[in-house]
Design a binder for this molecule. Sequence first.
Ligand code: AVI
Length: 326
Amino acid sequence: MPASASFKTNTPLDESAAEFAAGVRAGLTKPQKELHSKYLYDELGSALFEAITHLPEYGLTRADERLLREHAYEIMDLLPATGVVVELGSGTGRKTRSILAALGRRRRHIRYFPIDVSGEALSRCERELSPIADVHPLQQSYLDGMARVVEQRVSGEPLLVLFLGSTIGNFERPCALAFLRDLRSALRPGDSLLLGADLVKEPERLLDAYDDPSGVTAAFNLNLLGRVNRELDGDFDLRKFQHLARWNESHRRIEMHLRSRVSQTVSLAACDVTVHFHAGETIWTESSHKFFPDEMHQMAEMCGFRVEAQWVDRQWPFVESLWTAV
Ligand code: AVI
């Protein structure tokens, strides 16, 4: 359904607010309205995501943690001697503790660079992990943070990059490959990547995980409209939108949408736009792609890596894949 939108002149905003305003305006004026999933993570959104990871229906984070805990020493045995760990999207660093602790048994000095957009999550990460590593938080995008680490790289010591939690699944598949290639070009041969990816499983389990009965995922999704209201002077009435999670079989992904319950018009004063919604029309807010274990080998090869080993969780099918840059 084409969007009916009108534009006036833009008001001055700081750089990140201007990027947010431009992204929101562009997304809400597409035929299928969309808001990029990176915008879900303001401070409240990051806290709601942290709450999601504790939900009984969302088995993904527990599977990731279990694999890292149970196989930390096997993973260490396959890594070159390294004391430098970079984590893309660390959040509070909860999943990372067992890996850092295992590394710390072999090396006295571990330098850990968590990269995240949430300052709050990074502060907690620093507090909790500084007893076991020398923590250098970077509040940046993944590749900008990675560039900062690479700039400071002095010795020939290999890097271990962690990209856990199946965040790779939030990229469209071609964008995931492009991102992994960009990451590879920031690395040297012999560097390692530990990549966590959620596997295809029964759609009913996935739908429960992304539309939990306590409504935490709904609050996480709706908070995006709250954020637009707070930061872009919008007048979204959150009660007039409904959280939806759908399984898209052909793309093997869960899609999150916000569905307008009624026909309505919303104004965003800070980016000078008004947007009309038909009853039932949706804003697409996130895709969460699911993988087959074999796919990891093809992806690694296409992006300049070799798979060293993989570990799969049986309770909640999820794969931890250790790659070496070639
Ligand atoms: C961060 N990311 C891997 C989560 C996921 O499962 O796609 C975000 C999320 N969205 C809804 N629930 C959790």
